[in-house]
Design a protein around this ligand. Structure first.
Ligand code: GDP
Length: 611
């Protein structure tokens, strides 16, 4: 890239606020201030930053550049400007026209937050169960990411994100769609780091907090100590003369839950939450995944208006006419009013958890908006790719680069089973950023690792991280020939640990999993006393009894276990080779379907050499 060498130091700087997209390059930044790319690069050098004209700049550098010119700058996320246009196209330009004052009351949306193991999941389960007792026939069977319960004629909506602690990231996102936060603190443990983090999230979102002191059934429960700690964090309990509602509960024994629900009803009344059910529906995506039979499935929370089957929906780059709506009881419904969570079928693509959705005036507009975003995403990720290629390193080489005193970009491609884990993995990885190493996400997606991912990794010098997903055989072969590293994980902490270790040059010896064989499930038999047997056709390698297996459906690991029994015709077999049929008995996993793949593997340690 030729950088013009003349200086334009004297040209006038624009007055007023200059809007700049984050991660802009000197090439694009210069002209915004009537400067050349060379001016920008020279300024960066003076700051001790060696950047090329086509490399992305950090927020700090952009701000420093503007400050040097005495110019005002407003940083926006890529696409934010275009979004304003798209909202207009959707007919939402006059955002705050309708006064909500005379709209009907809507149920509050409640998120449970707190430290790991303090009982968030137990509490959510308890409230869910209580609903079945009070509630309608059939009861709640579905985990769709949120549910509703009724207390004394009042409906309450609970966001019920996955119980895994690494999903705090998702919970904090949930807080944006939340009217009330229940802060769970275990009486025997007191306030802990994640309690405080959750508290800060809720405060930042300006959401009222109801404290539930849980596990009061425990012998070493110390409610008073928790009260004192709360007071120290500006949550002065009512019993101390403050205005923070504190409810003592035992999620395990069901103590205080009804009182807690009553308190929530009171807080909701004070908040006076209203929404007009007669508008076009809008809301937020809570969870989404690709379902084998049903295609993309998104759980959304309706925030305004009423969502109906047949509505043209658009969310991010996904769009479609709503084919079906399924409520938290697994029932098909025709419509969903404000504060109702529903699963939506019919979208073209897996929507992003945390994204907004809206109903477009027509299907045509919905598709146009989605296409524009898609096009725009592609362009911006192309831009990112090129900067990633130039300065990026793989996981294995990152330490060497740091040692040479170079700040390094760690290029990653992240694939995960569902959007929720994709978000959680990315958010956690982003937090590992140090002055020396910056993770760059060349691509992120839901689904198995494909040949396309490998090609992109090879082109952009990236390492592929798979979370609960596997490469198919073709992808594995291409990865080998292209020398692309794929690391797959099923535990998020293990993943983070590995990346952190790589950053300090201590990447642990990897247990390479050598795939020894794979078989396609063609039929399922039930054998009395033994359970389910999968009738399989061995496609590659050899299937051996007792070997470890992964059950894979469309590239996603759905279960892991062992081959418990192996039979050819009626005989027990020690191994069965490719090209033969066999019956595989599975350790306690019974949910196989025909078309699934059973993959067997061995673990072998590979030492890593760090020069
Ligand atoms: P989370 O990580 O906050 O979702 O916590 P969980 O709901 O998974 O609970 C963590 C552990 O605490 C589990 O073993 C629960 O059975 C236990 N637990 C939750 N609530 C109570 C309670 O009220 N009393 C007692 N004794 N144990 C509880």
């Amino acid at each position: 890239m030729n950088v013009p060498s003349y200086s334009s130091d004297d040209a006038p700087v624009p007055t007023g606020m200059v809007v700049i997209e984050r991660a802009i390059t000197p090439l694009d930044l210069g002209p915004k201030f009537n400067r050349t790319a060379a001016d920008v690069v020279r300024f960066m050098m003076q700051q001790g930053e060696m950047v090329t004209a086509t490399q992305s700049l950090s927020d700090e550098l952009i701000e420093a550049f503007a400050k040097d010119l005495d110019a005002e700058v407003k940083l926006v996320d890529p696409g934010e400007e275009q979004e304003v246009e798209l909202r207009k196209m959707l007919g939402f330009e006059d955002e705050d026209d309708a006064s909500e004052d005379d709209a009907p009351i809507r149920p509050p949306v409640i998120t449970v937050m707190g430290h790991v193991d303090h009982g968030k999941t137990k509490l959510l389960d308890n409230i869910r169960r209580a609903n079945v007792v009070e509630g309608e026939a059939g009861g709640i069977t579905q985990h769709i990411g949120a549910y509703q319960t009724v207390r004394g004629g009042n409906t309450l909506t609970f966001i019920d994100t996955p119980g895994h602690e690494a999903f705090t990231a998702m919970r904090s996102r949930g807080a944006q769609a939340t009217d009330i936060v229940i802060l769970v603190v275990a009486a025997d443990d007191g306030m802990m780091p994640q309690t405080i983090e959750a508290l800060n999230h809720a405060k930042a979102a300006n959401v009222p907090i109801v404290v539930a002191i849980n596990k009061i059934d425990r012998e070493n429960a110390n409610v008073n100590r928790v009260m004192t700690q709360l007071a120290e964090h500006e949550l002065i309990p009512e019993s101390f003369g403050g205005d923070t509602i504190v409810q003592e509960i035992s999620a395990l024994q069901g103590i205080g839950i009804d009182d807690l629900l009553d308190q929530l009803v009171v807080v909701a009344e004070l908040e006076d939450l209203r929404a007009d059910p007669n508008e076009r529906a809008q809301g937020v995506v809570l969870e989404s995944n690709l379902d084998i039979g049903r295609g993309p499935v998104a759980t959304v929370l309706v925030q305004e208006g009423t969502l109906r089957v047949g509505d043209p929906m658009v969310s991010g780059a996904a769009w479609g006419r709503v084919r079906a709506l399924i409520n938290d009881k697994g029932e098909n419904v025709k419509e969903a009013a404000p504060s109702t969570p529903v699963q939506v079928l019919g979208l073209s693509d897996v929507a992003e958890a945390g994204d907004d959705f809206v109903i477009a005036p027509s299907e045509k507009v919905a598709s146009k908006v989605a296409d524009t975003r898609e096009h725009w995403h592609r362009q911006s990720s192309l831009g990112r790719d090129s900067s990633a290629t130039s300065g990026g390193a793989r996981l294995e080489d990152i330490f060497e680069q740091i040692q040479r005193g170079e700040a390094a970009n760690l290029n990653l491609i992240i694939k995960a089973d569902v959007n929720g884990s994709l978000e959680a993995v990315t958010d956690s990885l982003r937090k590992l950023e140090t002055p020396e190493v910056k993770p760059i996400f060349v691509h992120r997606g839901v689904g198995g690792i494909t040949e396309n991912d490998i090609a992109l990794a090879a082109a952009s010098n990236a390492t592929i991280i798979g979370f609960n997903v596997r490469p198919d055989r073709k992808a594995r072969e291409t990865a080998e020939s292209e020398n692309v590293e794929i690391r797959t994980y099923e535990i998020i902490y293990k993943l983070l640990e590995d990346i952190e270790s790589a950053m300090v040059g201590m990447l642990a010896p990897e247990f390479e999993e050598i795939v020894t064989g794979d078989a396609e499930v063609r039929e399922i038999f039930t054998v009395p006393k033994i359970g389910k047997i999968a009738g399989c056709y061995v496609q590659n390698g050899v299937i051996t009894r007792n070997s470890k297996v992964r059950f894979i459906r469309e590239g996603t690991i759905i279960w892991k276990g062992e081959v418990k029994s192996l039979r050819r015709f009626k005989e027990d077999a020690r191994e069965v080779a490719a090209g033969y049929e066999c019956g595989i008995g599975l350790s306690d996993f019974q949910d196989l379907k025909d078309g699934d793949t059973i993959e067997t593997y061995e673990e072998r340690e590979i030492e890593r050499s760090i020069s």
